[in-house]
Write a protein that binds this ligand. Sequence first.
Ligand code: ATP
Length: 320
Amino acid sequence: MTVPPHPLLRLVALHKRYGAAVAVAGLDLEVAPGEIVGLLGPNGAGKTTVLECLLGLRAADSGEIVLDGSDVRTHPAEARRRVGAQIQPAALQDKITPREALTFFAAFHHTPADTGELLLRFGLTEKADAHFDTLSAGQRQRLSVALAFVNRPALLILDEPTTGLDPQTRRALHAILVAHRAAGGAVLLSTHDLDEAQRLCDRVAILHRGRLVAAGSPDQLLARTGAATRLEFRTARPLPAATLAELQAAGREPGQPPPDPSAAYRIRTTEPTRAIAALTQVMQSTGNELRELQLRPPTLEDAFVALTGEGWDCDREVAP
Ligand code: ATP
């Protein structure tokens, strides 16, 4: 695959309203060849609206959308030539089969991907000739992502592609996206799965009520928000309050010790190694026993909470 010198996607000041409700409030975003970028946000954050605008399924109110170096308004066909897309929900005719659907989509392109190879890559060979209405939700989802690959795209735009997939299929799809990246392609995917974003994405753009609240690699976002590691431990005998205060001082961040009947503790620390060293030293010098010790590194959920001051609640629709 030849790698163009320009970003595959450039969004500048994208705005979209639904009536009085603001769905996207001035989004800037770039996606370069060789990276997987996650558009991350809870339900209602504006992710689907962004993807639909850049695919031309919705008209943006204002802003610039450049795909593969071409403006989507002035050169729509050229802009989308090397873009493959999967948007929720995948709706195909009940009686079409995966093989027919892939063959049908392939007919629109000069040099499409091989249908048999796509069926194999997406684990659909056995179901190649089954009617769409007999496929499981996971098989439908895989077919809809496979369709995004038909035109051998450079940029894949995927709307929550792993929703409804079992863990094994999810891992297989991640591997396909990683291979696409390794070949110089790029991926922009929306997700409200924080774990997926942290594991898979080179960069994450966090949307909250239509606004970009932060963008960067997961590590950069965690460092920027100063999210702390949680140290959870249980001791044979309760710790004196003074000892606990010392440990918290070693961790530099205020801890949150629960009431103490079970001798279970939780400390938040930006220096876990130092806090663990202090903890083991206290255990040895007081003849106490450490029963359990768990280190929970900060997650993007911690970063989201730090950035927005709100909890991550994907079951709740957020009012714009
Ligand atoms: P989800 O993860 O639930 O798909 P999302 O982040 O993709 O959410 P959008 O679907 O883009 O969010 O919705 C953004 C906001 O715009 C929400 O408040 C939603 O209710 C609103 N919205 C979306 N589509 C429409 C529409 N056709 N008419 C009016 N409001 C809409």
